[in-house]
Ligand binder design. Structure first.
Ligand SMILES: NC(=O)C1=CN([C@@H]2O[C@H](COP(=O)(O)OP(=O)(O)OC[C@H]3O[C@@H](n4cnc5c(N)ncnc54)[C@H](O)[C@@H]3O)[C@@H](O)[C@H]2O)C=CC1
Ligand SMILES: N[C@@H](CC=O)C(=O)O
Ligand code: NA
Length: 446
């Protein structure tokens, strides 16, 4: 392995102001402090966390924050910073603080979809005019990289439809009602406890949070400004247990979908883009029906790329912090970009593993003599190597040549070390009762 060449951090530390120490803010602070070295290596400059603006210095936090970093003076903090992370939520004072940051030449990272849906265009223009960046990947579908792919990766394509589950709280509630029969209020309380819900959960339940995200998605996808007023919005508060049960009986599931769809001009009718959020029935075999809990998924249909699907954790402090930090590193790299910038780094120094060190599940196909005790012998060899069997399927066949019965086995294992599996297979191959090992395949996702 060649020695890493980019450990030297030529750039001065970048001062970071964090606004908000709630579900997301506390996790961003924790990771900024815990992973300071690797973030510096990837960025080309260290992040110096100047302070964390909070409303109440003594409020309980989801991660312990150094007391000396907490302040109630958000404005003073912002004026000192090179980079400002806004995780307060709500329109004010978030908007004014972002504008102060921009006016002082700081780049801004925000997860505030309510503000971005309301004022994103203005704030973006202000940032552009000041030569700073405004990034907000966390604002739509939490941890899922969706805005940057739409804005950058698909910049050469024509998006025709975006369709997704973009609110974790409502997906959690509907999923709980569907799978455990939980009532609406209990499921909502649990979503709040898990840190998915907005400070005022009405924004989730009535679809306003999804509508804000739909407006942002539509604006980026169709290169046109869509305001919240352009989004048709229906929430899930009127969905009853009986609706869920009826859907289930019909092989359907109810999901709150955000849809931005282009309708081309046709038969003298003007074309346009429909942006809407509403509860939607889906067949249970539809890929979006398999999005459970607080997970989100966004389908993008584009003229040249075809169908793309983005899936992951759309809510929760730590997953959302991942998107915030991705934006932070990306914005910081551009500040460092006085030189060539650091977009690819090789400072991880992680060893490359051989296949023998892989752990996964396996499916082994083999044929053996149809005799008593054969399965026990094989099971013993697996156990001897510490490989645990998940299922064995046996089918009896008759050999057309010697007219002897033989058994075809398909054995699926739990996760096991490749070397242990290979050793087991070799031992089975040597057994006098084994006719043939027909296949050894690795299995993921079971
Ligand atoms: N929680 C989640 O799963 C996700 C949240 N977001 C967005 O991230 C932002 C933060 O969300 P959470 O951390 O969940 O909210 P939160 O309500 O847990 O935290 C907000 C924090 O900001 C503080 N704050 C509010 N106004 C303040 C002020 N004027 N001065 C000082 N501190 C103030 C509050 O005291 C609280 O500590 C919101 O815009 C939210 O929509 C985005 C994606 C996912
Ligand atoms: N309240 C939101 C948080 C993420 O944006 C949700 O439930 O999805
Ligand atoms: Na995202």
């Amino acid at each position: 392995m060649t020695a890493p060449t980019n450990h030297v951090l030529a750039h001065k530390p970048l001062k970071v102001a964090l606004l908000g120490g709630g579900n997301v803010g506390a996790q961003v602070a924790r990771i900024l402090l815990d992973d300071a070295d690797s973030l510096a290596a990837r960025t080309g400059a260290r992040f110096e966390l100047l302070g964390i603006a909070v409303r109440n210095l003594d409020a309980p936090r989801t991660a312990p924050l150094p007391r000396e970093l907490l302040t109630t003076d958000a404005e003073a903090l912002v004026k000192e910073a090179d980079l400002v992370i806004e995780l307060l939520g709500g329109l004010e004072p978030a908007r004014s603080l972002i504008q102060t940051a921009i006016a002082h030449g700081a780049s801004v990272v925000s997860g505030n979809k309510a503000l971005l849906a309301a004022d994103g265009a203005t704030l973006y223009q202000q940032a552009d005019a000041a030569g700073v960046q405004l990034s907000y990947e966390a604002a739509v579908a939490g941890a899922i990289p969706i805005l940057r792919p739409i804005r950058d990766s698909l910049a050469g394509d024509q998006i025709t439809r975006v369709l997704g589950i973009v609110n974790g709280t409502t997906n959690y509630i509907l999923d709980q009602m569907d799978s455990t029969g939980a009532d609406f209020a209990t499921a909502l309380a649990e979503a709040q406890r898990l840190g998915y819900a907005e400070a005022d959960p009405t924004a989730d339940v009535e679809g306003h949070d999804a509508a804000a995200k739909a407006a942002i998605l539509a604006s980026l996808s169709f290169h046109t400004r869509f305001a919240l007023e352009n989004v048709h919005c229906e929430g899930i508060s009127s969905i009853t247990a009986a609706d869920i049960a009826a859907a289930k009986e019909a092989g359907l599931v109810i999901k709150l979908l955000a849809i931005a769809e282009k309708f081309p001009a046709k038969d003298g009718e003007e074309g346009g883009v429909s942006v809407r959020v509403h509860p939607t029935l889906l067949p249970r075999e539809h890929p979006l029906a398999a999005v459970h809990g607080a997970f989100n998924a966004v389908f993008v249909e584009a003229e040249y790329a075809g169908e793309l699907m983005f899936y992951g954790q759309g809510a929760g402090g730590t997953p959302t912090a991942s998107a915030v930090l991705g934006d932070l590193v990306s914005a910081a790299r551009r500040i460092v970009l006085g030189g060539p910038g650091r977009t690819e780094t090789t400072t991880g120094e992680v060893a490359a593993l051989g296949i023998e060190a892989v752990q996964t599940s396996y499916c082994i196909g083999l044929t053996v003599a149809d005799q008593p005790g054969v399965l026990a012998q094989i099971a013993q060899l697996f156990a001897g190597q510490g490989v645990s069997i998940e299922t064995i399927r046996q089918t009896i066949h008759r050999d057309s040549v010697d007219q002897e019965d033989y058994a075809e086995l398909r054995i699926v294992t739990h996760r096991a070390l490749e070397s242990a599996l290979a050793g087991t297979v070799e031992q089975i191959r040597q057994l006098p009762v084994t006719r043939e090992i027909t296949s050894v395949l690795r299995v993921e996702g079971i």
